[in-house]
Ligand binder design. Structure first.
Ligand code: NAD
Length: 488
């Protein structure tokens, strides 16, 4: 399948004539190719969106959300086809793909509340006969640049809020997984959304830079690795744009001796190895406190070794491949680096294949013991199914590991102590906290709150933050003398 751009309601080729191959990571079979867009293609998309904006911003919000109600319905109707597409190009299991779609749809549902969410506020008589009002108005043309790991959900962190609040929207999805975005836009087109309100532009760095530098783009949402997030944030800000840039992570979980061993093991295994460790909320480090060390390390090694790995389309598979051969190579190099730093491989998934698969970018679940807290491995995002075990004597020591990390996406605590949980919630320097939860992904009506190197900006994706991000406030102070009314 050819993944084309979608501009002004039409599917179109890029002016570069350049393509990139799309590959199934489980089988290495070709799935199609994706166009790479030029500065001219980007300019065409932005100008089209700019013209559409003049009309779209005047469409009443109550009408704008009707397209989202239709979108939700069509996403439900196309649910299985979308799940299959995600699995084919991204590698995750069908169950994981279904979960992702559900979380995406929840954002569509939440954005249907836009009439209420974008209300302003006002005061009568801030001085005698003078009233003051705050209105929220859309920004204009806004852009989202998204990563490979949630090809459908992450575009939906932005698109529904952007258009419901009156903006016109351009999506630049990951070039590794463009087919899910193509399906999303095909479905959106069936809602009857006016041409130009949403455009799709494929590409890599050069396409992103053309979007960041375009003077008519008012705001940029980005999700991806921290290095690129920081770069996108500074380049967008340099040309006066609003930016919210979500970056990478190195997520720790802390296990206290009083934690429920069976439940904790199940949850931590899912957090570390689910989606082949390619979640920004994936568990990467387990800090075992005191007497939790021995029972938990044994239980998690059993869980890692017994996880069923294979092709995501096959029944009963619990973990698929990582997204590409380059990712596999990078992850395996990091495992080597950890071993070089003195870590012990309790379960080593490197250079091993699931039974029956002699091709595909598979890395089996890996558990590394005795990882040095200050070593490179403990501070580098692996983005693969690799769990590092660290040891601490006290919860203070565990909090020290969390708070000295350059990242601040998430931390979780497993305990049956309310006091410990309260302290952890209060003192962990991260934006998303889980208590006896392994992947504390905020619901659509809460912001996805990364901190430190995991986020650049102030307003996060989803919920009320999205409404704030996609609208600008206008304050009106007005006087109407009663004397003037008497003339009529
Ligand atoms: P990536 O940074 O390689 O790519 C993200 C997007 O940026 C893609 O659309 C890509 O085309 C573009 N891009 C890549 N390099 C660029 C460059 N030099 N200049 C401009 N644009 C560039 O990320 P990825 O590998 O697709 O996704 C994995 C990363 O995303 C991980 O680090 C993960 O933690 C992070 N992530 C974060 C969150 C979050 O909410 N914080 C959510 C999902 C993924």
């Amino acid at each position: 399948m050819d993944a084309l751009n979608f501009i002004n309601g039409q599917w179109c080729h890029s002016t570069t004539g350049e393509w990139l191959a799309i590959t199934n990571p489980a089988t290495e079979e070709p799935l199609g190719r994706v166009v790479l867009s030029s500065v001219d293609d980007v300019d065409q998309a932005v100008q089209t969106a700019g013209r559409a904006y003049d009309v779209w911003r005047r469409v009443p919000v109550t009408e704008r959300i009707q397209y989202l109600f239709r979108l939700k319905q069509l996403l439900e109707e196309n649910f299985e086809d979308l799940a299959r597409t995600i699995t084919l190009e991204c590698g995750k299991t069908l169950a994981e793909a279904r979960g992702e779609i559900r979380r995406g749809i929840e954002n569509v549902e939440t954005a249907c509340g836009m009439p209420l969410m974008m209300q302003g506020y006002n005061n009568e008589d801030i001085a005698r006969g003078v009233d003051e009002h705050l209105y929220r108005q859309p920004l204009g043309v806004v852009v989202a640049i998204t990563p490979f790991n949630f090809p459908l959900m992450i575009p939906l962190w932005f698109l529904p809020y952007a258009i419901a609040s009156g903006n016109c929207f351009i999506l630049k999805p990951s070039e590794k997984v463009p087919l899910s975005a193509v399906k999303l836009i095909e479905i959106l087109h069936q809602t009857g959304l006016p041409a130009g309100v949403v455009q799709l532009v494929h590409g890599r760095k050069a396409t992103v830079e053309a979007l960041l530098d375009h003077p008519e783009v008012r705001a940029v949402s980005f999700v991806g690795s921290s290095t690129v997030a920081k770069y996108v944030y500074s380049r967008a800000a340099a040309s006066g744009k609003r930016a919210q840039c979500q970056g990478g992570a190195k997520n720790p979980v802390v296990i206290l001796p009083d934690a429920d061993l069976e439940m904790t093991t199940k949850i931590v295994a899912e957090g570390a190895f689910g989606c082949a460790g390619q979640r920004c909320l994936a568990t990467s480090i387990a800090v075992l406190v005191g007497s939790a060390q021995q029972p938990f390390s044994e239980a998690i090694c059993d869980a890692a070794a017994s996880r069923r790995v294979g092709y995501g389309l096959d029944a009963d598979v619990e973990m698929g491949p990582v997204v590409s051969a380059e990712s596999k190579q990078r992850i395996e190099q990091l495992i080597e680096l950890g071993l070089g730093e003195g870590a012990a491989p309790r379960v080593n998934g490197k250079a091993r294949r699931p039974n029956g698969h002699d091709r595909g970018s598979f890395v089996l679940p890996t558990v590394l013991d005795n990882v040095a807290p200050s070593g490179t491995l403990a501070r580098t995002e692996i983005f693969g199914p690799v769990l590092s075990l660290l040891y601490a004597d006290t919860i203070d020591e565990a909090l020290g590991v969390i708070n000295s990390s350059p990242y601040g996406n998430m931390a979780c605590l497993f305990t049956t102590s309310g006091a410990a949980a309260r302290r952890f919630r209060n003192e962990s320097v991260v934006g998303n906290v889980g208590i006896n939860i392994g992947v504390p992904a905020p619901m659509a009506f809460y912001p996805f709150s990364g901190w430190k190197e995991s986020f650049f900006g102030d307003l996060h994706a989803q919920g009320r933050h999205a409404v704030e991000f996609y609208t600008q406030t206008k304050v009106v102070v007005e006087r109407w003398h009663t004397a003037w009314s008497r003339k009529f």
